[in-house]
Design a protein around this ligand. Structure first.
Ligand SMILES: Nc1nc2c(ncn2[C@@H]2O[C@H](COP(=O)(O)OP(=O)(O)OP(=O)(O)O)[C@@H](O)[C@H]2O)c(=O)[nH]1
Ligand SMILES: [Mg+2]
Ligand SMILES: [Zn+2]
Length: 316
């Protein structure tokens, strides 16, 4: 029988010093705790064990604030859908980059196969090819119609897996299929906006007893901010670019318009897919160089410069 205890943290816990996240404790953490009240089933957490790994995202409310999504994971699974709602390639690539940054195995699962028409299925196979060629595992399932569930279950054996993706892609539905007595709340996608209703509101871990695994359901996410990556490092997190980029003429090449750029040549030859290159450029545009942010704060303190003035100075 599983017994649930409510736990609270005592004082300040040290482990999070280098991450400085808004949440001191995350799903998947291993902790030392002592009983506070046997009667009320409450615990006090004294210590968080060192995390094997963790996944960090920028907070939706404040881009400079980080949130630990979960820790001690074996793999991170993106549940994507080509429609109702649509998951863009840009979003998929941001997910893959985050996993590379945190050394997490990434898996792509496309759900709602049952609602796709012929053209859309052909498009799925086109993008499946892009990702399998660069070494990612791709699955095509229907949680609703029980298609591909057995293969999906194979993935979970003896592993701690995180499920992530937009709201409404079917994360909770899928968990309900695998653990039928769970009865997680699910909700249909809004007919008006084609988007999910943000039904799951916090991350939660479940035991998949028959597979000796654990699965973490998470709330749907709109955007995926990339953290802890500088502009020059970014291409190193695209596996198909990583091996080529040492052939660029400049070792700090950003592969935009520099001469003798091996990545751009690879795109022209079709070795690197155009879709992935476009995602690379889009992500690159969103990465602020940390030193630029620091200089802004120094100027703000010294002369009270506004952020707009600062932007004008660095871009003009
Ligand atoms: N047609 C079809 N509908 C599905 C499938 N999987 C899930 N759905 C439906 O999609 C809707 C959203 O599913 P949820 O499981 O609530 O989605 P979620 O990813 O958990 O969403 P959030 O908790 O908001 O992040 C529900 O109405 C499900 O019945 C599928 O394979 N095919
Ligand atoms: Mg859900
Ligand atoms: Zn280059």
């Amino acid at each position: 029988m599983v017994v649930f205890w409510n736990a609270r943290i005592k004082g300040k816990l040290k482990i999070d010093k280098e991450i400085t996240s808004s949440n001191p404790i995350a799903v998947g953490d291993v902790v030392d705790a002592s009983i506070e009240s046997d009667f009320e089933n409450t615990l006090i957490i004294h210590q968080i064990h060192k995390r094997k790994n963790y996944l960090v995202r920028s907070s939706p409310h404040n881009k400079n604030q980080k949130n630990i999504v979960a820790s001690n994971l074996d793999q991170s699974i993106l549940i994507a859908t080509l429609k109702d709602p649509k998951t863009s390639l840009g979003f998929i690539d941001r997910f893959l980059v985050s996993c590379e940054v945190y050394h997490l195995k990434a898996i792509l699962v496309f759900n709602k196969k049952d609602i796709l028409v012929e053209d859309e299925i052909a498009y799925f196979h086109y993008i499946e090819n892009i990702y399998t060629q660069i070494g990612y595992d791709v699955y095509f399932i229907s949680a609703e119609k029980n298609e591909g569930i057995e293969q999906f279950e194979e993935l979970l054996k003896n592993k701690v897996s995180l499920l992530t993706g937009h709201s409404g892609v079917g994360k909770s539905t899928l968990i309900n299929k695998i653990i039928p007595d769970k009865n997680l709340v699910t909700q249909s996608v809004s007919e008006w906006s084609g988007k999910g209703m943000h039904t799951t509101t916090s991350a939660e871990m479940f035991d998949v007893v028959n597979l000796n695994g654990q699965i973490i359901d998470t709330p749907g996410i709109k955007e995926l901010g990339i953290v802890d990556v500088s502009r020059v490092e970014l291409s190193g997190y695209f596996p198909e670019m990583k091996s080529i980029l040492t052939h660029c003429k400049f070792n700090n090449c950003l592969h935009i318009n520099e001469p003798s750029c091996a990545i751009k040549e690879a795109v022209q030859k079709g070795i690197v897919s155009e879709e992935r290159y476009v995602s690379y450029i889009k992500i690159l545009e969103t990465i602020q160089e940390k030193w630029k942010v620091k200089i802004y704060f120094i100027l703000y303190r010294l002369v009270g410069i506004t952020f707009i003035d600062y932007l004008i100075i660095i871009f003009v």
